[in-house]
Write a protein that binds this ligand. Sequence first.
Ligand SMILES: [Zn+2]
Length: 78
Amino acid sequence: MIELNFLLIISLFITGLLGLFSVLSFLNQSPKEKPPFLKEKYVWYCSICTYTYFTTKDKIISTCPRCLSFNKKIIDSK
Ligand SMILES: [Zn+2]
């Protein structure tokens, strides 16, 4: 017969709870919206030094933080 002591029961219970929570959190995952700074209009590519940077300001022209050159946003008309 398998001998069950108090610590074994508690550890099995905690392990079961952790497994249940991890399965539930995995099942709860839904395709989330991208964070605002990852939206395409905030991602800039410097045409001079090819540096990729983010700015949350909704502007047509921004300044590259690396080479300080001005970049114009190319808006796709899809
Ligand atoms: Zn640059």
